[in-house]
Structure formats: C-alpha cells, structure tokens
Ligand binder design. Structure first.
Ligand SMILES: [Zn+2]
Length: 143
C-alpha cells in the first residue's frame, strides 16, 4: 500500500491509499479520483518530501512511540521501497524537477532518479506528461 498526498485544483490536500503507483495512474487516467471537498477530478499527487532537515533535533519525546502493527507493517513496506530506490536510482536532491525533464526530453537516458520537489514542481512535471511518483519517505527503522 502506498499513501499519497493528493492535491486538488481547489487547493485542498488530502490523503489516499493505493495498492501501487500504477493503481493511482489508472484511476487518475479514468478520472475516477475525486476531490473529497469539491468533487473535482483535477487531482494530482502532492509531495511528501524526504525528511532530511531534522537530523539534529531533540524532539524525540514528541514522537509517538507506540505504533500499531499496521503502522509498523506499512513502515516496513515503505522502508523496502526506500531501500529499493536508494539502490537503483540516483539521488539528485533539489535538482529533481530539472533532472526529470532532462531524462524525459532526452529519450536516450532511462536512469531512475529521486529527489525533492515542491508540489508545484511536481504538478508541472505531471502536466508535461513526465512520469513522477511521490512516496512517503520514511526514516530508517531504529527498533
Ligand atoms: Zn477540490
């Protein structure tokens, strides 16, 4: 299961679960994704950016320590996705949207990349027909 933040043209952002990124693409193509606020089908994936900023924070007490089994299972699945991406794709960091365009318009290159993009950048890429997937980027498991 993959959780996406979905962004509607009305500006609202909401969560939805999909069995895979291709399921999202399919539902999106068939206009079966509807905004829960205004029922528009102009829905795009929003970005859950990799959390790279809080390395040195000491707010651990704020974190919920009791996780349900489902949450743990999901986190484990997301860890597998993250590991797969880190192993198979190149981290381009904040250059993500530029690199994604380079790959899209230079058909010779087919390398996988990952990095950070704002929701605006992501929706621009999608509008240009560039295949972009947004996944929750989980921290490495500590327990
Ligand atoms: Zn809406």
């Amino acid at each position: 299961m993959i959780q996406y933040n979905l962004k509607c043209e009305c500006g609202k952002i909401f969560d939805s679960w999909f069995s895979s990124s291709s399921e999202f693409d399919l539902l999106s193509k068939k206009n079966l994704l509807k905004c829960i606020y205004c029922n528009s089908s102009a829905i795009s994936k929003s970005v859950m950016a990799p959390n790279l900023t809080n390395k040195s924070n000491n707010n651990k007490s704020n974190k919920v320590s009791k996780k349900t089994k489902l949450e743990k299972d999901i986190t484990t699945q997301l860890m597998h996705i993250r590991k797969y991406i880190e192993k198979n794709c190149e981290n381009v960091g904040k250059n993500f949207s530029r690199e994604a365009r380079n790959i899209h318009y230079d058909k010779k290159s087919s390398k996988g990349i990952y990095g950070k993009a704002t929701p605006e950048e992501t929706s621009e890429l999608i509008e240009e027909g560039i295949d972009v997937a947004t996944i929750p980027w989980v921290d490495k498991l500590e327990n």
